[in-house]
Design a protein around this ligand. Structure first.
Ligand SMILES: C[S@@+](CC[C@H](N)C(=O)[O-])C[C@H]1O[C@@H](n2cnc3c(N)ncnc32)[C@H](O)[C@@H]1O
Length: 248
């Protein structure tokens, strides 16, 4: 058990090093779920990894039921083992772009996500949003914390320039070793307890997309409206990092 807690902890350390303000975003998402959905919500965590956000939701709302969805066998293995004493969190091995995602159920009160949906291309994202429109109850919430840049215009350019400057002014050096993405994966790939999951990950060729330009804020908003979401807005923003909110 301690070994799996260690793996979850090292994932958290790596993600915190990459994403300043990660905990603040998690807190705001949990508060929005509590405010909008009450104390016993059924929640999806999309692209959950080992369940970091699912765990925050379960801690802040102990009567919540959270289904954490991911397709990475290594992260699913860590999540299932580390959160074994949190029966209200379950893990589903699914591709978010799979049109059969609604088989996981309907009537969910909220779907949350953190730094995951930028992995999806436009077609997969449209499929996911159509699935969510079927899985969330009317009035249900979608909350997505991710890098969501505006597509064009002078404000988009200004923010791009500020982001570039912010990177240069960053007080800590860029993370290295286990606190970098590649460093963490190198260590995970050598761990005997993860060998089976690592082999399965290789078989699936699950890799981070090397796409230069992520889908824009406007593309996400349009795809949500096209899928049938009634209202779309922003809950929080720092430069191009946002929490996008939509009401089913
Ligand atoms: C940067 S990690 C973030 C994990 C977690 N949300 C967190 O904040 O710690 C991105 C996650 O999205 C998952 N992911 C990417 N594309 C996916 C897809 N098509 N279907 C399911 N999961 C996907 C990856 O496997 C990975 O776990």
């Amino acid at each position: 058990m301690a070994r799996w807690a260690h793996w979850l902890g090292s994932w958290e350390a790596q993600q915190h090093a990459l994403l300043p303000g990660r905990e603040e975003r998690f807190s705001l998402i949990c508060a929005a779920v509590a405010t909008g959905c009450g104390t016993q919500p059924r929640v999806l965590d999309l692209g959950s990894g080992p369940g970091s956000l699912a765990l925050r939701v379960a801690r802040s709302l102990p009567a919540a039921e959270v289904v954490a969805v991911d397709r990475d066998p290594v992260l699913l293995e860590i999540g299932r083992r580390a959160l074994v004493r949190r029966p209200q969190v379950s893990f589903a091995d699914r591709d978010l772009g799979d049109p059969l995602l609604p088989e996981l159920g309907s009537g969910f009160d909220a779907a949350v996500s953190s730094t995951a949906l930028h992995w999806l291309d436009r077609a997969a994202l449209a499929t996911l949003y159509r699935s969510l429109a079927r899985m969330l109850r009317p009035g249900g919430l979608f909350l997505n914390a991710d890098h969501l840049p505006r597509s064009e215009g002078q404000i988009a350019e200004l923010v791009r320039g500020l982001e570039h400057g912010a990177e240069e002014r960053r007080p800590d050096p860029a993370p290295s070793g286990p606190r970098s993405w590649d460093g963490w994966w190198t260590i995970a790939e050598g761990a005997p307890e993860l060998a089976e999951a690592v082999a399965e990950r290789r078989r699936r060729e699950h890799r981070h997309p090397q796409r230069g330009v992520p889908l824009s804020l406007e593309q996400h908003q349009d795809a949500l409206r096209d899928a049938g979401f009634a209202e779309v807005g922003c809950l929080w923003q720092r430069l191009n990092d946002r929490i996008l909110v939509a009401i089913r």
